[in-house]
Design a protein around this ligand. Structure first.
Ligand code: GLU
Length: 417
């Protein structure tokens, strides 16, 4: 990872670029540079061996002008205040780009969930939920899964919240299991959104997806589902995939069905596979048509950008490209589809889950897929049109759309000053 940039300084720099471009009101800009609420909590957990460990937890609500705060909860050793603030800000723009009525938030606990037992994880999740409970609620702030968390984590969060208030409150989280009010299609939603956006942009570029070579960094929920959908539905050739320790490469295409069946829920790939090993750095620099970073922030910076030359770079991860890499990629003719558009499918189906929960009326998987398709295609059309009209890259176009919507809401409400 590039240590020169923090995710938060990257997020601020991206905001400044769009603010300059659209002459954003200085009051609005000053307000958007600071999260609305930042809560840091101690999360004590009695471990299986009887000792007590105290973990650091965070919930940041960046902005709630367009609706309740929305965003995932991350359990990872990298979590710190700056990372969570950046991820919360990106959620504000993401919800605005796809025009769903939410603000942006993010939470996290600095912990490696892979080394905790199931019992320890449950106690950690319940205690974290209790500590941030005063600012949560279906109308206030609605967490969801992110790196290191999943539907089970959301079930524990929903239960901890419900126990506290004395009745079931499914709407306090999204990404829940179906048995307690989850939505059909939520699990694969981010990957499906990535695939839809890839199809839309590839078509405009005249890039044929059938047989196109694709390299994917990260094989967690997002990377795995993107790989499966691109291979199954668009006949893409997935030439490389990786986890935190490196990955597998075959220029003829990997069998992603077998890889998916044999990978762990957290994204760990099988240690034995009939293909070549490669490192994450090598994966990013592979000659390929489409590169999909689907792991951590700051993977592509000015240092490696000169060697990264896919036709299309789809940001399935949040913040994989630091701002100093953008001009280099642009000069090399790489079309970058920014995170706040490319990975918005997840929060879009979270919105569907929240709506279905409010109505107590649940949709079929086809209905979810159709509505997701419509929202992702509309947002892509809009961002593409702005890029053409303003003669800017897709990242700046998405920021013009997202930050523009938030600023409009702030002006309408009139309370940013
Ligand atoms: N964690 C996901 C993201 O980064 C989903 C957030 C949500 O569904 O609220 O977009």
């Amino acid at each position: 990872m590039d240590t020169k940039h923090s995710a938060w300084s990257n997020a601020l720099e991206q905001l400044q670029i769009v603010a300059d471009k659209i002459s954003l009101d200085p009051g609005v800009l000053a307000r958007l540079k600071t999260p609305k609420r930042t809560l840091e909590v101690a999360v004590p957990v009695v471990m299986d061996d009887g000792s007590t460990r105290v973990f650091q937890g965070f919930r940041v609500q960046h902005n709630i002008d367009r609706g309740p705060a929305k965003g995932g909860v991350r359990f990872a050793p990298t979590v710190d205040s700056d990372e969570v603030k950046a991820l919360a800000m990106w959620m504000t723009w993401k919800c605005a780009v796809v025009s769903i009525p939410f603000g942006g938030a993010k939470g996290g606990v600095a912990v490696d969930p892979k080394i905790l037992s199931l019992g320890e994880l449950e106690r950690l999740t319940r205690r974290f939920t209790s500590e941030i409970l005063p600012i949560l609620g279906p109308e206030k702030d609605v967490p969801a899964p992110d790196m290191g968390t999943n539907a089970q984590t959301m079930a524990w969060m929903m239960d901890a919240f419900s126990q506290n208030v004395g009745y079931a409150v499914p709407g306090v989280v999204t990404g829940k299991p179906l048995s307690i009010g989850g939505s059909a299609g939520r699990e694969e939603a981010t990957g499906r959104g990535v695939a839809i956006v890839t199809r839309e942009i590839a078509r405009r570029m005249g890039l044929t997806l059938s047989g196109a070579s694709v390299a994917i960094q990260g094989f967690g929920n997002v990377g795995k589902n993107a790989a499966l959908i691109l291979a199954r539905e668009f006949n893409c050739r997935i030439v490389a995939v990786s986890d935190a320790n490196g990955g597998w490469y075959d220029p003829r295409g990997l069998d992603v069905e077998i890889l998916a069946r044999n990978s762990a829920a957290g994204g760990a790939l099988p240690s034995d596979f009939p293909a070549e090993r490669l490192t994450n750095a090598e994966l990013l620099e592979l000659p390929c048509d489409i590169l999909i970073p689907a792991a951590l922030e700051n993977q592509i910076s000015a240092q490696n950008a000169p060697r990264i030359k896919p036709k299309l770079l789809i940001e399935a991860a949040n913040g994989p490209t630091s701002p100093d890499a953008d001009p280099i990629l642009r000069a090399n003719g790489v079309t970058v589809v920014p995170d706040i558009l490319a990975n918005a499918g997840g929060v879009t189906v979270s919105y569907f889950e929240w709506v279905q929960g409010r109505d107590e009326y649940f949709w079929s998987i086809d209905e979810v897929a159709q509505r997701l398709e419509r929202i992702m295609v509309n947002a892509t059309n809009e961002v593409w049109a702005i890029a053409q009209r303003e003669n800017v890259d897709l990242r700046l176009a998405a920021y013009i759309s997202g930050v523009g919507r938030v600023s409009e809401a702030m002006h309408a409400r009139g309370h940013w000053g």
